[in-house]
Design a binder for this molecule. Structure first.
Ligand SMILES: Nc1ncnc2c1ncn2[C@@H]1O[C@H](COP(=O)(O)OP(=O)(O)OP(=O)(O)O)[C@@H](O)[C@H]1O
Ligand SMILES: [Mg+2]
Length: 352
């Protein structure tokens, strides 16, 4: 099990950019070896689905070339509508065998036919619901078609996908890696990407709820383009502060509307949690993804949801050699590469 395969290249294919993370051991401690990102043309990936494999391959090759990475083993993830993670409950005295009971439950909750998915489950524990004893499992359903396409894409480039994971689960691992302390609090882990926002509510390492909101930083860019009557590329540059904004007031208004929409969706999601498990409430927001780099967004979400927010720094407890990495670069890109970091961490644990 030892050897370099313990540290495969972890690759997160987002709709805005492909991120890459690799760890290594330095003096027996976990250390960051590579952290990189390559932008994608808009539309190449959307809500976790690859629309333009050529463009994704180009970006990935650009990234490994820039990183001079020689490893051929990768860990990748499915996200968005390609992978569903959900806690499910089965009565403790169910007549059906567990796998069958979970499949029956999956048929109810999945947004696609069970036959199109690969199901797996892990036991989380026992709960009591209205006086009935239930077994709780974490159901993971991965759609076969995007899974096969993802594997094919890497094989085409002569890389071997050692693990195909799920972005929502990788996020949880990024929190674990970061050592975010968890004294029994319910953490609302929120990854604001470009085309989607992943939400994973956890308490003491247990998944309470997950949701994918089909809304992220790209909507902010689109709103800016519309309000300022500029191209999407110009709006993006203005959002990133690389170009002056012609009418700051209109821009602020457009951005605010999108931030409010996201806040509203998050609020609804967290409310759902209270309805599902009485008294359960998110008491801490842990934010990541490129979308949270939008100026003022973390503070806005914290205020509108009335929950303290912090930015996830996945490499907080990882050795980062000063001669290799600029600390500012790691601090800026770390939260954006949370999924990739979690993937790399899980792959390493799986290899142990
Ligand atoms: N400095 C910044 N200010 C504002 N927005 C930013 C900044 N940097 C990145 N973004 C935005 O973050 C978004 C990209 O985030 P991220 O890289 O996490 O998305 P992704 O993982 O590629 O997409 P998805 O997960 O939705 O498929 C884009 O909308 C981008 O404009
Ligand atoms: Mg993403």
């Amino acid at each position: 099990m030892f050897g370099k395969s313990r540290f495969p290249l972890a690759v997160d294919i987002g709709s805005y950019a492909v991120k890459l993370v690799q760890f290594e051991h330095r003096k027996k401690k976990l250390a960051l070896k590579r952290l990189g990102m390559a932008s994608l043309a808009p539309g190449a990936v959307d809500e976790g689905l690859i629309r333009d494999p050529e463009e994704v391959m180009r970006a990935f090759e650009e990234l490994v070339a820039a990183e001079k990475a020689k490893e051929r083993e990768v860990v990748v993830a499915l996200s968005g509508s390609a992978a569903v993670v959900r806690p499910v409950r089965i009565p403790s005295d169910a007549a059906l065998p567990v796998a069958e009971a979970i499949e029956a439950e999956a048929a109810q909750v999945l947004p696609f036919p069970v036959a199109e998915a690969r199901l797996s489950h892990s036991r989380m524990g026992r709960v009591e619901v209205e006086g009935k004893r239930m077994e709780e499992f974490l159901l993971v359903a991965v759609r076969r078609k995007p899974l096969a396409e993802l594997v094919e894409l890497f094989r085409h480039l002569e890389y071997e996908p050692k693990i195909v994971d799920v972005a929502l689960l990788a996020l949880e691992s990024a929190v674990e890696l970061a050592g975010v302390d968890d004294p029994g609090e319910s953490i609302g882990l929120v990854d604001v990407g470009a085309s989607q926002t992943l939400v994973h509510v956890l308490r003491a390492g247990r998944t309470l709820l997950t949701r994918v909101i089909p809304h992220g930083g790209a909507a902010v860019t689109a709103a800016l383009a519309k309000s300022l009557r500029v191209s999407a590329a110009d709006a993006e540059a203005m959002k990133l502060g690389a170009k002056p904004v012609p009418s700051p007031r209109a821009a602020a208004e457009a951005v605010r509307e999108e931030a409010e929409r996201l806040g509203l969706e998050l609020g609804r999601t967290f409310q759902l949690l209270g309805e599902m498990s009485a008294g359960e409430r998110v008491t801490r927001l842990v934010l990541c993804g490129g979308g949270v780099r939008l100026e003022g967004l973390p503070a806005f979400l914290a205020t509108s949801l009335d929950i303290p927010a912090e930015i996830l720094q996945p490499f907080h407890n990882v050795q980062v050699a000063a001669e290799v990495f600029d600390p500012h670069y790691v601090e800026t890109l770390g939260p954006v590469a949370a999924v990739a970091a979690g993937l790399a961490y899980r792959a390493m644990e799986a290899g142990e």
